[in-house]
Design a protein around this ligand. Structure first.
Ligand code: FES
Length: 106
């Protein structure tokens, strides 16, 4: 399975995020204390983008109606979202953050 470059590590500061477009849609990539987590940039409640959501304790909060998703697992943690989001493996190669081109478990 191939890997897709997202951005240089230095351009995604801790607490910040980036997005990258795959054939299947946009993926949001979060830097939490130097660890990178990637999930679909689409809330399973009503399609809101998750990249701009606040992050607390490894959870992203959908800006539209407040559903929380675990960035480690993609699990939907609070209503109004009940379906998990897909997550992607990440790695850093030569100073560039990459994500696997297919979601985990695909
Ligand atoms: S679109 Fe995300 S909680 Fe409604």
């Amino acid at each position: 399975m191939s890997w897709v470059p997202v951005a240089p590590v230095a351009s995604i500061a801790p607490g910040d995020h980036a997005t990258v477009e795959l054939d299947s849609g946009f993926v949001a990539v979060f830097n939490l204390g130097g660890e990178f987590f990637a999930i679909d940039d689409v809330c399973t409640h009503d399609g809101g983008g998750l990249a701009g959501g606040a992050v607390e304790d490894h959870q992203v909060i959908c800006p539209r109606h407040g559903a929380r998703f675990c960035l480690r697992t993609g699990r939907a943690l609070t209503p109004p979202a009940y379906e998990d989001v897909r997550r992607y493996d990440t790695r850093v190669v030569d100073g560039v953050v990459e994500i696997r081109a297919a979601p985990c478990g695909a």
